[in-house]
Write a protein that binds this ligand. Sequence first.
Ligand code: FEO
Ligand code: CA
Ligand code: CA
Ligand code: CA
Length: 594
Amino acid sequence: GAAAARGARGLRFAPVAPNTADQVTVPAGYTQNVVIRWGEPILRGAPAFNPDKQTAAAQAGQFGYNNDFLSLLPLPGEPGRQVLVANHEYTDETLMFRGYDPENPTREQAEIAWAAHGLSVVVVQEEARSGKLTAVTRHPLNRRLTATGEFRLTGPAAGSDLLKTSADPTGTKVLGTLNNCAGGTTPWGTTLHGEENFNQYFANGSSATDKRYGIGTGATERKWERFDKRFDAKQEPNESHRFGWVVELDPYDPDSTPRKHTALGRFKHEAAQPRLTEDGRPVVYMGDDERFDYFYKFVSSKRMKKGTSRAVREHNLSLLDEGTLYVAKLTGDSPAAEVDGTGKLPNDGEFDGSGVWIPLATGDVSHVPGMTADEVYVFTRLAADKVGATKMDRPEDVEPSPRTGRVYVALTNNSQRGTAGKPGVDEANPRVKNKHGQILELAEHWDDPASDGFAWRLFLVAGDPEDPATYFAGYPKEKVSPISCPDNVAFDPHGNLWISTDGNQLGSHDGLFGVATHGERRGELKQFLTVPVGAETCGPIIQDRRVLVAVQHPGEVDGATVEKPASAWPDGPGKLVRPSVVAVYRKDGGNIGV
Ligand code: FEO
Ligand code: CA
Ligand code: CA
Ligand code: CA
C-alpha cells in the first residue's frame, strides 16, 4: 500500500507498531518460517529432539541453545545453498529441563548445557523464488563446537604463563568456547565470535583481575564447578584467562581447530567486525559490553591474500595474530556545561567531537607502563584503565558501513551513568541513568581504518521520539519508530543500518529496525519486526530476499519454568519454548523493502 511504498530504498515497508504479542510480528505483505530450533539434529546420527530424553551426546549433534550472532556464507557449487554459522550464547536451564532444581543440578544436565553452548555450522537451502530457508541436516560441512571441544590459543600471548593450567602446561590448548554473543564475518571467508560474559562460569574468584572481569567470589549459578574443577578459580586460577577472546572459525574446513586470538585482547567481547585497509590489512573493531568499559580496534600488520588454496587460507587465518591493539579515547567539541545529562543537544546541535586510538601493545611490545605485553593481552581492561580510555555506555555490536566506511557502534544503555560514585556524563555518553542507549558514528581520518585518529558523532539517541532527549540524526521525529536499547547492528545491500534491540524499556517487546544512514532520509528509523515474550532480537542478516533473525531466550521471564512457561513460541501451548532462527520474507517473493 501507500504507507509501504514510502521510505528509503530497502526500507519501503509499513512499520510494525510497538506491541507485546507472543510471536514474531512482521510488516503487512511479509511472512516467515522457522529455519532451525534449539535441539534439531544437524549432524549425522543425531536423534530428533525429545524434551524428556535429552542427553549430552544427543545435544552435541543438535542445534545449540540461545542462538545469537548469525553469519551466512556462500556455498559455491551447491545452487541455492549457503552456510549458516550461529553462536549459542548461554543456557537457560529452568526453561530446558522439566523439574530443574537450581540448587542441585545433575551431572547430565551440566553436560547437556556444555553441549548446548558454543557454535553451530548448518548448511541451509533456499526455496526457489522465495526468501524461505530450511536447514540441510547431515550436510558434511555441518558442525557443532561446544564448551568441551578443542580450541587453540594463537598470537603473542599464546603459551604465556598466565594461560597455563594443570591440564594444559603449554598454555595453548583450551577446551571449549563460552558465551559467544555477537561476532563478525571476515573478507577471507571465516567467522569471528566474541566470548562475552565468561565470568559467570567461574566460581571462587579471588584476584584483583578476577574482580575487574566480574568473576564472583562464591559458587556460580549453574554450579559447573561441582563437575569440573577447571570452573573453580581457587583450583585453576588461570582457566578463566583462557576465555574472553575472539574466536575465529573456518566453516569450510570441518576438521579445523578454531583459534582464540590473543592479539585482539581479553575482555567481554560482544562482537568483532573487520574491514580492510587500502593495502589489504584487516582492522577489527570490538566492543566490551559492560557499563563504563571500552571500545577497541586491532590493526593487522599482514595483508590478506586472495584465493581458496590451503596455503592462502592458512595465511589468512594468521592475519589476526600480528598487529597493534588500540583503545578509543573520545573528546567532545562542546563546552562541558552544555552537556547537562538530560540529553538536550549542545548549542552546536550535535553530540560530536574527535577521538584518538591509544596503542596498548604491538606483538611482544607493551605500550602500557608497568604491564608486560602478555599482561596487556590477558588483562586488557586493566591496560585500558591505565591509559585513560573513554568509559562508554556498554559498547555492544559494531559494523563498518560497506558504502561509506563509517563505523557504527551500538551503546545499549547505562543505568549507572552519572549516579553516585560513578563516572558522569560526557558528550559521547550524554544522559544520566541512560535507559535507552545511543548509536555512535565514527569516521576514521582520511577514511583510513588504520588511522590513529577519528571524528565521531551520535547518530541516534534512542527512546520514544516524543521524549525531547532523543535524536534521530536530525530527521523529523514524528516520522520515526520508538527504539530502546540498540544491541546488534548490520547493513543491508542498500547501505541502510539495521538495529536489533535487547531490553526495550518502552513497554514493547524487543525488535528489529532499519534506518537510512545517508541521503535525505538519513535518520528515518522504521521498525521491521518484534519478537515473542521474554525474547531478545539477535543476529540480524539482511539479504536481498530475506531478513534472518535469531530469536534468543524466548520465554525468559522471572519465575518461568518448563512447567509454567511465559511464552508458547514457536510451537504453541504444551510444547517447550525454543530459541530459533527465523527467516522473514515477502509473500510475493520480491526483495526486502523495495
Ligand atoms: Fe550478549 Fe552484550 O549481549
Ligand atoms: Ca548482544
Ligand atoms: Ca558538539
Ligand atoms: Ca545484549
